[in-house]
Each structure stands twice: as C-alpha cells, then as structure tokens.
Write a new protein. Structure first.
Length: 556
C-alpha cells in the first residue's frame, strides 16, 4: 500500500462506526423535526385543519421526488470516490467531484421544470376536479420544486464525503440543514400569520420554502469544509504514483451506469409513500370515512406519524450511506470473507437497534403521540386516541421500512442490481395492487397491511439472493434475533408493570406525561440492554463490554 493510501485509510471508519455516526446525525436532525410540528400545527390552524393536511401532502410528494432525485447520483458518486480513493488515484477523485456537481445541477434544474410544468395535472389528480384546494396544491408543488433544484446539488457533495468515509461531515451537514429548516419555518410562518395577519395558507407556503433555504445554508457549510479537504486531496494527488483516469466520457458513463439502478431503487423502493398519498382519499371514503375524517387522518399520518416512524427509519439511510465504500473496497479486493462479515454485521446491528425502537413506538404509542403532538379543545382525547392508534399500526411499517432498504442497498452494492430491481418491482406492483383494496376493507390500517405484505415478499427474495450468491450463513443472525425477542418480552413486562401503577405517559399534564414516558421508556431500554447483554449481543455488535470499561476506569 502506498503512503498516500495509508494516509487516507488510517482515517477510515469501520462499517458499523460509519453507520452509527451517519444514523446519529440523521437521528438528531429527525429529532429536531419531531418537535416543530406541535407549534407549527397551531400556526396552521390545529390538528385536522386543511392547511396541515396540505403541508403534509406537499411534503410527502417533495420527500418522494427528492429521494428519486438524490438516491442515484450520490450513491454512484460515493461508489466511484471509494473505488478510486482505495487505489490511491486522487486526481480522478477530484475529477469525479467536479463532474458530479455539474451533473446534479442539471438534474435538479430538470426536475424543477418538470414539477412546475405538471403542477396543475398533479394537483387535479390528487384533489379531484372542482376541488377548491387544487390551486393551493398547485402552489405547494411549485414551491417545493425549487428545493428539488438545490437539494440534489447538495447531495452530490455529501456523496463525495460519503465515499471518502468521512461520515461525521455527512452527519453534521444534515443537522445544520434541519436546524435551519425548522428555524426558518417557524419564524417566518409565525411572522406571516400573527404579525402580517396573512391567511394561514402562507404558513404552508413558507414552511415548504424552508427546504430550499436550508439546503442553500447546508451547501455553504460543505463548501467551507471543502477548503481543507480539497487542499489535502490536491496535495495527495500531486504525489500519487498511479496513472489517473482522465477520460471524462468514461467516468460519466460509469456514473450513469451505477446511478440508474439506484435511481430505480428509489422509484420502486419508496413507492409506498406516493401510493399511500394517491390512494388514501379514495380508499378511506370507500371505507365509509367522511371527508372530515379523511382530512384528520391524512393530517395525522403525513404531518405527525410519518415523523415519529422516521426515528427507526434513520438506520436505513445511515447504514446505507456507510455500506457503499466498505462493500466497494471489499469487492475490489475480492475479499469474500469480509463481504459476508459486512453483510451480517450490517443486518445484525440494524435488527438489534431497529426492532426495540419500533417496539417502543407500539408499546408507548399513546404517550409518545400525546407528548409530541398535544391537542386542545373538546376533541383532544379523540385526536389523541386516533393518533395513538395510527402510531401503533405504523410502528409495524416503521420496522419493515427500516430493514428492507438496508438489504436492498446491500443488493445494489454487491452487484446484484438486476435481481434487486426485479424484487423491488414485485414490491411496487404488490403495493399498488393491494393498497386500495386494504384501505377500503380495513381503513387506514390497510396502508400498513399492504406495505407489510410487499415488504415481506421483498425481504424474503433479497435474503434468498444474498444467500445463494455469497453463501451467507444466517444461523447466528437467527440466534441473535431470538435473544432480541427475549429482550422485547422484558420491555413489555416493564411497561405492563408501570401501567398497573398508572404510570403510562398520558392522562396528566404535559410535564407529568413527559416525565412518566421518559422513566418508563428508560427502564424498558435498560431491561432490553440487560437481557441482551447476558447473551453477549452489545459486546458482539456494539463492542460495549462493561466489565472491561469498569476495569479500565479503576486502573485509570
């Protein structure tokens, strides 16, 4: 290994460390996002208001289009950067950074224009002809289209740092983006509604415009960090020994070749979001819900519950971001043993953290929803019960949508793209074909049932493909899963015990509810950790050994 490669590899992080850092950054950004909806919903007119539903509708479409616009190129950039950096070819790494930035600007501009041009037909499709909200929905789509110009460019730079395994920069960028978005959203919407006395719909418009503002600020932060990183890379490039790849056409072709599968992954893999949005109104009305009930349910799901279930879902993009450089390097070295270890480590750690978090959402759904989104007025208890029930149902979707993207990312990174895309297409067809039927039959739980059906099929097919291609042994993963289930039993027992004494996180003042929820939640997590610690899970997965830590502290 050359001196340059040693310099860079010495700073590299393990897959688990990188995944946890990335997930931690996403967690903090999502955690910030959890708490803004309570004051923001008041500004928009409260739970069940049409403005809140419009914001949730617009943001869901923005999130889906954003995933499509940013999932392909950033992962391709990370893959190529990791590939050439592992070879010590830093001149090509710098060239990839320049080319990718220009491509993402073009992609963002194209996406923005398409959304603007089709804003009216999309608004009619979602709201129906003759609906008074069509003009508002059209305005919402136009506003979020500007974010679709800025954010892809931002993502290309994040993809560069992802490929260099500098996940702390990746994570900090996301935190800054979320802080700016929430701050701008609350400040400007409150000023418009309470000071300027504008219609509350302006709160919706300004809230969505915050995505563009925050993307610009996050981009400036990364450009500031670029000054140090690019200087270091240029120094290494000047001393590199290998011949660089200067063929721009070849690099662009390679970027596109890697991008297309990831792009299709986003189209199919996150199709449940857009399918839910498109079928929810017709399905709920066919089930027998009134239009007001539909508005309330939609507002709760899109604006509140979607943010709650994002808590475990951050593990997916967190570890997906960390997977790329490690798998790429292992494939370059043809190290099958390391590949199998990376696959098991990635899935095991996500199961260990993701399953109990989703189980907490189910166990404490009423307390969590009440603390995060307190409602006032005569319908407060009805809204709390409805929000808690939706949260409990969607905790199952949170579990599936945390595990499935990780396995899909492994399929893409491990060059099983054709099989992975076929399986995602099967998932999308299953979701589209079953959503309306289950909505009409079960109501809003039908959304979860249709997703669970599709995800189960997707995960099973992908696991089979990984096992067949790389001969991965799942015996120890299944054993760990059994111990995780024992830990969940301990969590349920503690929650039941506290509930017998009336400590459940709801029914009192906000401070009392928050305190009770914190105590019960902490005790449940400690019991889960204690039970799984007895079976060596934290020691194996997180490298947490209390005995060693205590002995070191005593010696120190």
């Amino acid at each position: 290994m050359s001196e340059n490669k040693k310099t860079m590899s010495s700073r590299s992080q393990s897959l688990i460390a990188g995944g946890l850092i990335s997930a931690a950054g996403l967690f903090l950004s999502k955690f910030i996002g959890l708490f803004y909806m309570s004051p923001y919903s008041i500004i928009l007119g409260g739970a069940g208001s049409e403005n809140l539903a419009n914001y949730g509708l617009g943001y869901n479409i923005y999130a889906y289009l954003l995933m499509i616009a940013t999932a392909g190129f950033p992962f391709a950039i990370a893959t190529l950067v990791a590939k050439y950096a592992s070879r010590g070819d830093y001149k090509t790494v710098l060239l990839i950074k320049r080319l990718s930035s220009r491509l993402m600007v073009a992609l963002g501009f194209t996406t923005m224009i398409i959304v603007i041009l089709f804003s009216s037909p999309l608004a009619k499709l979602m709201m129906g002809d003759g609906n008074s909200d069509i003009s508002v929905t059209r305005n919402v789509l136009i506003i979020i289209s500007f974010a679709l110009f800025f954010v892809p460019f931002l993502s290309s730079i994040r993809g560069f740092y992802q490929g260099m395994k500098e996940m702390q920069v990746y994570a900090i960028s996301q935190i800054i983006e979320q802080l700016v978005r929430v701050g701008f959203l609350l400040a400007t919407s409150a000023f418009a509604v309470y000071v300027l006395k504008l219609d509350r719909v302006w709160g919706v418009y300004l809230g969505l415009a915050a995505a563009s503002v925050s993307a610009i600020i996050a981009y400036l932060h990364l450009k500031y960090h670029d000054r140090t990183k690019l200087r270091e890379l240029k120094h290494l490039a000047a001393k590199q020994e290998c011949v660089p790849n200067k063929d721009k056409a070849e690099l662009i072709k390679e970027l596109i070749f890697i991008t297309v599968p990831f792009l299709l992954v986003s189209v199919f893999g996150y199709s449940d979001m857009i399918v839910n949005t498109l079928f929810m109104k017709s399905g709920l009305l066919a089930h027998g819900n009134t239009f007001q009930e539909y508005t309330t349910i939609t507002g709760i799901i899109n604006s509140n519950v979607s943010k709650i279930i994002n808590i475990p879902q951050i593990l997916a993009p967190g570890f997906s971001s960390a997977i790329i450089p490690h798998i790429t390097i292992a494939l370059e070295e043809n190290n099958l043993k390391l590949i199998r270890k990376n696959i098991r480590d990635c899935i095991d750690i996500v199961l260990y953290i993701g399953i109990p978090v989703c189980f907490c959402l189910f166990l404490f759904s009423k307390g969590i929803y009440g603390v995060l989104y307190p409602a006032g007025g005569k319908q407060a208890m009805d809204i709390l019960n409805l929000g808690a029930d939706i949260t409990a149902w969607f905790s199952l979707e949170a579990l599936f949508s945390t595990i499935a993207p990780i396995i899909t990312s492994l399929m893409m990174a491990l060059r099983l793209r054709r099989v992975g895309l076929r399986n995602l297409l099967i998932f999308a067809v299953c979701k589209v074909g079953s959503s309306y039927f289950f909505l009409k039959w079960l109501g809003y739980p039908g959304l979860v049932v249709s997703s669970a059906l599709g995800y189960t099929l997707l995960i099973s097919l992908n696991i089979y493909a990984l096992t067949k291609q790389y001969h991965v042994q799942w015996v120890y993963t299944l054993r760990k899963l059994a111990f995780i289930v024992l830990g969940l039993g301990g969590m349920a027992a503690i929650a039941t015990l506290f509930n017998l004494f009336g400590i459940n996180g709801y029914g009192g003042s906000w401070v009392t509810n928050f305190t009770e929820l914190a105590v019960v939640g902490l005790c449940s997590v400690l019991v889960y950790f204690g039970i799984t610690y007895c079976f060596q899970l934290p020691q194996l997965l997180l490298h947490i050994d209390l005995t060693t830590m205590i002995s070191k502290r005593k010696r120190g």
